[in-house]
Design a protein around this ligand. Structure first.
Ligand SMILES: C[S@@+](CC[C@H](N)C(=O)[O-])C[C@H]1O[C@@H](n2cnc3c(N)ncnc32)[C@H](O)[C@@H]1O
Ligand code: SF4
Length: 357
């Protein structure tokens, strides 16, 4: 269950604060615990559940000035943040500077802070892979939805299955050859009706290579495009008690701080960190009032009003540890298996969702 928050400034007495803490509530932190920074806007893919394709040609696009990036990082590293993620609603590896920008974070961050990016692997060339390993990155999430050609291509729109599977496999092989133990690679995907029939195959394929798979529950991203897809397996419920706006900051390429990582339409801009500090923006009146309203259940007319999530939690498939392997420094058995190639029975019967982009 997510944490319940309260606003310190709205709980003036220390007794009141103690009471709330006693009941498991936490004050909204004075600085975000995680920070996402969009170094470049846009994404080459057209995933069936992602608003990207519906915003890319309408909204101003660009890339973040390196001085601004460094200014943000210089501020963030003064605080004990949990995670810095140099991506936001984009394809991070479309920015060729990314490994150098990650290196800047690595060189300045506090030791308890980790770095994470999530990629669709299109730009994951051997050279990019080498540079990412060298950058000191901690977590690389690779979005690979489904394992069969039919489901992957139905999920990821215009991306070719074979090309991308090869890129991911080559990269996994590279991390193994380079003994890149610091960098944790996870394959992730969204749990939709498109991939639901092959979860066992997905688990077997990636776990055989020692790779953990994380399955995210489907969100509607508070966007009519995703709502209209009907690819959920379970009912969608309102995303109540969300902690994103309490602990996570989201900064676009031009310095605008948006409310949430689902705010593809940039509906709720709460400040800009080019001229102001992130700390000032995080604590400003616009942010505080939004949080106050949210905590009081007043979401009518806001981005949060339409936000829904499938009724289930994220889950993981982890490869099983081998004791012998642990002793030999290779904790997981590494026995790649060929990817499944013919359509599974359920898909053969059922037509795949149509991509309308
Ligand atoms: C928006 S993407 C940006 C990074 C990169 N382009 C990628 O796909 O990994 C970040 C994460 O959001 C996930 N995502 C996109 N649309 C989603 C949805 N409707 N529900 C849940 N997760 C979603 C993606 O699968 C990915 O793990
Ligand atoms: S989920 Fe990621 S890869 Fe897919 S369209 Fe959205 S931003 Fe691009």
């Amino acid at each position: 269950m997510s944490t319940r928050y309260f606003l310190d400034i709205d709980s003036p007495g220390s007794f009141d604060r103690l009471k709330k803490r006693w009941h498991g509530e936490r004050p909204v932190p004075l600085f975000p615990q995680t920070v996402q920074i969009q170094t470049i806007s846009g994404c080459n893919a057209r995933c069936q559940f992602c608003p990207n394709g519906h915003t890319i040609n309408r909204l101003p696009m660009g890339s973040m000035d390196e001085d601004i990036f460094r200014k943000i990082v210089d501020e963030v590293v003064q605080h004990p943040v949990r995670r810095i993620s140099p991506y936001l609603m984009n394809e991070p590896l479309a920015d060729p500077r990314l490994p150098d920008l990650i290196r800047y974070i690595t060189d300045h961050k506090q030791s308890a802070t980790s770095t994470t990016i999530s990629t669709n692997a299109t730009y994951l060339t051997d050279d990019m892979g080498e540079r990412l390993i060298e950058s000191g990155l901690d977590n690389l999430l690779i979005s690979f939805h489904g394992i069969r050609k039919e489901t992957y291509e139905a999920s990821m729109g215009n991306l070719d299955w074979e090309t991308h599977l090869n890129k991911v496999n080559r990269f996994i092989e590279l991390t193994r050859r380079r003994k890149a133990k610091k960098l944790k690679v996870t394959v992730t995907m969204v749990h939709t009706s498109t991939i639901d029939g092959e979860l066992d195959e997905i688990r077997d394929y990636w776990n055989a290579q020692g790779i953990t798979v994380r399955i995210h529950t489907l969100e509607n991203r508070s966007h009519p495009y995703v709502n209209g897809k009907s690819i959920n397996i379970k009912p969608m419920k309102p995303y109540s008690n969300c902690d994103r706006l309490m602990g996570q900051a989201y900064i676009l390429w031009n310095g605008d701080a948006v409310l949430c990582c689902v705010d593809w339409e940039r509906t709720t801009i709460l400040g800009n960190v080019v001229k102001e500090s992130l700390e000032n923006v995080w604590q400003n009146e616009a942010y505080t009032q939004y949080r106050r309203n949210y905590l009081a259940g007043k979401v009518s007319g806001t981005l949060c009003e339409g936000c829904k999530v499938q009724e289930e939690s994220d889950f993981k498939f982890k490869p099983s540890l081998s004791i012998l392997g642990l002793l030999s420094g290779q904790p997981y058995p590494y026995e790649p298996i060929p990817p499944p190639s013919s359509p599974p029975l359920e898909l053969a019967k059922k037509p795949l969702p149509v991509i309308t982009d």
